[in-house]
Design a binder for this molecule. Sequence first.
Ligand code: AMP
Ligand code: ZN
Length: 115
Amino acid sequence: MSHDANCIFCKIVAGQIPSKKVYEDEDVLAFHDIHPWAPVHILIIPKRHITSMVDVGLEDQALLGRMMAVSPRLMAELGVTNGYRHVVNTGRDGMQEVMHLHLHVMGGPRPWAKG
Ligand code: AMP
Ligand code: ZN
């Protein structure tokens, strides 16, 4: 599995830095965002290092599908009952800060801090 030693999310996958994990399987990991925009704000990431959507191809469709498809169950388990947002930031103009692909899933009662 590809791993970038300088990548903060690869370090979370490897257990080298802590996270508040909500879900894990062979291919994906989900954990709470450290600076939540909403009452519930999780990040769903591939365990394999993929820098951003720029690097995604058709060979990744099952992985991307899994990242999306686990989200309803996780939000339900976290008590979100009234809708949520999915956001993926890509590259500098897309406001991506962490260069390991991640799906933001944000929900819970408004008002939110951002978004
Ligand atoms: P983005 O701007 O899409 O790259 O978002 C990166 C997100 O990662 C931000 O919402 C950060 O709060 C979050 N983040 C950065 N470091 C950590 C960490 N160690 N644990 C959890 N979330 C993090
Ligand atoms: Zn990484």
